[in-house]
Ligand binder design. Structure first.
Ligand code: ZN
Length: 220
């Protein structure tokens, strides 16, 4: 998307807030949050004053989006950052002949869930020994379909992972799993937590930026 600096189109969200804030969504859309009392001409002037920052953020978001392969057929599913074809023959994923076309989505959802269980547990087992004694707090992981979150770590040591995470690239999967495992050691987002994440996954910034773009496929 080319951005004409004089004509920046944005979605305006009014609220009780006191200040104006600009956010570029993972979809590259621009959202401006502003107080009720601020006139649209003031908001417009502010947006134009921030155009260099906005253009850069939109370009970054578009660059990340361009890395996501686009479906060219309805018979494709995402797995670990790639698109796999499915069908009853000549496909990456071969469905049993007893599965009808109507039953295929459900069968594929089960297949993806099983792939997620398998892959997530192998990544978790790879990192657990690096946590030291706090690894003993780990008490398993659960899969859940979540709209707003890729992963959670509860105080009882259970890690919940979004089952759609299996669709994203391996670096993103590692990013989320390492983040949640580090919460077994530091139950906050303080400096020690961040330095532990960086030690275990030096590419964590790339993982964080990429996973933001992949949120667009959560609803797919
Ligand atoms: Zn966290």
């Amino acid at each position: 998307m080319l951005l004409d600096p004089e004509k920046i189109t944005y979605r305006l969200v009014r609220s009780q807030r006191r200040t104006v804030m600009i956010r570029v969504e993972p979809t590259a859309q621009i959202v401006v949050k502003a107080p009720w009392s601020m006139s649209t001409s003031v908001i417009d002037r502010y947006v134009v004053s921030q155009r260099d920052w906005i253009v850069r953020k939109v370009e970054e978001a578009n660059a990340r989006l361009s890395l996501i392969p686009q479906k060219t057929s309805p018979r494709q599913v995402y797995l670990r950052g790639n698109l796999l074809s499915w069908g009853w023959h000549d496909a990456d994923i071969i469905l049993p002949s007893g599965i009808s076309a109507q039953a295929a989505p459900q069968w594929l959802a089960r297949w993806q869930r099983a792939a997620a269980k398998d892959h997530f547990s192998s990544v978790i087992n790879e990192y657990l020994p690096l946590l030291g004694v706090p690894a003993l707090r780990y008490s398993g992981f659960a899969l859940r379909k979540m709209r707003r979150s890729w992963g959670l770590c509860a105080t009882n040591g259970v890690i919940t992972l979004n089952e759609h995470l299996i669709r994203t690239p391996d670096i993103c999967i590692r990013g989320i799993i390492v983040h949640e495992l580090c919460h077994l050691v530091h139950f906050n987002h303080g400096p020690e937590f961040h330095s532990m994440v960086a030690d275990l996954l030096p590419d964590h910034r790339i993982a964080d930026a990429l996973i933001d773009a992949w949120t667009i496929i959560i609803d797919v």
